[in-house]
Design a protein around this ligand. Structure first.
Ligand SMILES: [Zn+2]
Length: 279
């Protein structure tokens, strides 16, 4: 058992046994200008990691999420159904698969890609809940793997760069998903999918990327923001450099996305709310 620290309250610690459950105190995630918003929504986001490197957000963390997206949120943008819905999101932008959930999502992802033209797999950042099934999907479909420059090494080795502190160090000792060779290291401005370009958005991981389409102001922001259980910064204990992530939040919100798609949480069509959070 470990005490509350670094914004994390560990409710059970069973490294190497069965499962590690931590409740991330989202009240600790607030920043200047967003205090009131955060106080109103203070609570815990439970995060569980099992011994297979699987990461899950508990079901009650996504209240209000629709069970299965039956309409594409934007032209050429398809959201795969997850379990529970919107706990960990996977998208298809044209023929580009964006993120690949945990290792246990492999069959669910492949099943939903059946009959679809998929050419490339992009990972927004090298965390195990985003590249968990990347190796399996790339091998099954013969896809090249693309990601941001610095995260490429972590993706190839299957060793994410941890945040500072004791809890992140413990998390880093969990079994991780397998790595996979990265065919292309993406940079700001690179074109991906139907009209999207890469935006550097570091902080949550060293070279986290977002994808932006100017024509309809659609943003795929990965974990720069969380939208579970409501809009907020990602939990600091899971974030490599929270201050840098704050800068990335400001930068992305300044584009006033008409539609924001997250790594965790349902789509958001409220650019002013994103801006307010980053004041
Ligand atoms: Zn994530």
């Amino acid at each position: 058992m470990i005490g509350a620290q670094d914004g994390v309250e560990a409710v059970a610690l069973g490294l190497g046994v069965q499962r590690l459950d931590v409740a991330v105190d989202v009240a600790q995630c607030g920043g200047a200008g967003a205090e009131g918003d955060h106080r109103a929504r203070a609570g815990h986001v439970p995060v569980g990691l099992d011994v297979d490197g699987d990461v899950q957000l508990a079901r009650h963390g996504v209240e209000g999420a629709i069970p299965s997206p039956d309409a594409d949120p934007a032209e050429g943008v398809h959201q795969l159904a997850g379990r529970p819905p919107h706990a960990i999101d996977v998208y298809l932008l044209g023929d580009v698969l964006v993120d690949a959930g945990t290792p246990s999502a492999r069959r669910r992802i492949l099943r939903q890609l059946t009959g679809r033209d998929v050419r490339t797999h992009v990972v927004t950042h090298a965390h195990p809940d985003h590249f968990g099934s990347s190796q399996a999907v790339c091998e099954a479909l013969g896809l090249p793997l693309w990601t941001g420059e610095v995260d490429a090494e972590a993706l190839e080795t299957g060793r994410p760069v941890p945040a500072a502190g004791r809890v992140p160090a413990l998390l880093a000792r969990m079994k991780m998903p397998p790595g996979h060779p990265v065919a292309r290291r993406l940079r700001e401005g690179d074109e991906v999918g139907p009209g999207f370009v890469v935006l550097d958005a570091p902080g949550h991981s060293p070279s986290h990327i977002a994808l932006w389409r100017q024509s309809d102001r659609t943003l795929v922001c990965g974990d720069v923001f969380f939208n579970v259980p409501s809009l907020r910064p990602p939990p600091p204990p899971l974030t490599f450099d929270p201050a840098r992530n704050r800068e990335s939040m400001r930068r992305l919100a300044a584009r006033r996305p008409a539609l924001a798609l997250f790594g965790h949480g349902p789509p958001l069509r409220d650019p002013e709310r994103m801006l307010r959070m980053t004041d």
